[in-house]
Design a protein around this ligand. Structure first.
Ligand SMILES: [Cu+2]
Length: 246
């Protein structure tokens, strides 16, 4: 049922990603490892070499040579980190430009509202999918979580609002999250390539039942999404899988 998330060593522990935006985020994660691994090896190797080379022998007073103002070394350990930071900055700038890009003509617009403690997903015809902590506490059944329905392979634009405190709309497999801030309407685009069911949750401690602020995202092939949407009456409300009014 869940989208496959393989945590391979070749990914340095990151999910593979399933959206048009997340390749940029994954690249940043990998880039940090490309720089950190050789640096870590150099540091650990240096420590190991010193331990062996300068190991004190009984009766010896041997010390490593002491010196200061070694210009080439000082220049190297200043310039190399500056280059690393500049490269990472460049890639990050590029990634943010792509990930934060918002389309003027998205295929679907959905309003995501967070509240203490639950989610409300509002569609253009006024249909709402709602789930609250009462449903989540109704133990153990994934079908009691609110479900965000959306199409695959199309640009979906979220308008993110909070009714009370700061929440965060987070879907791990998308390598993506956005804050929901009272008084601020954040807008973000996502193009999910692979249909599937994805786990989502609030990722900002927002009060007593924060841990229960979970949801599912059902990403459907476009045809299936359109059929689902055609069935949702204007201004109807579905509460965690059960339609309560229309
Ligand atoms: Cu929360």
């Amino acid at each position: 049922m869940h989208a496959p998330t393989r945590l391979l060593a070749s990914q340095f522990g990151s999910p593979h990603g399933v959206t048009a935006q997340d390749s940029y985020v994954r690249l940043l994660w990998h880039l940090a490892f490309y720089f950190a691994l050789p640096l870590g090896l150099i540091v650990l190797g240096g420590i190991a070499w010193c331990l062996v080379r300068y190991r004190a022998k009984p009766g010896s007073e041997r010390r490593a040579s002491q010196f200061q103002y070694h210009i080439p070394i000082e220049a190297a350990y200043t310039i190399i980190p500056l280059i690393i930071v500049a490269v990472i900055f460049g890639f990050m700038f590029n990634a943010e430009n792509h990930v934060d890009r918002v389309s003027r003509a998205p295929a679907v617009k959905i309003t995501v509202e967070g509240f203490q403690w639950g989610w409300r997903f509002v569609y253009p015809n006024g249909h709402q999918e709602i789930g609250t902590v009462a449903n989540a506490l109704n133990i153990n059944s994934m079908k009691n979580l609110p479900v965000l329905y959306m199409p695959a392979g199309e640009t979906v634009q979220f308008t993110l609002k909070s009714d009370d405190v700061v929440h965060t709309f987070y879907v791990r497999d998308w390598l993506w999250q956005r804050d929901l801030i009272p008084g601020v309407h954040n807008v973000a685009d996502i193009d999910v390539k692979n249909p599937g069911i994805y786990d989502g949750q609030c990722n900002n401690i927002c009060g007593q039942y924060h841990a229960y602020m979970r949801f599912l995202v059902d990403v459907m092939p476009v045809k299936q999404y359109k059929a689902w949407y055609a069935h949702q009456a204007a201004n109807s409300i579905t509460t965690a899988g059960v339609t309560v009014s229309s």
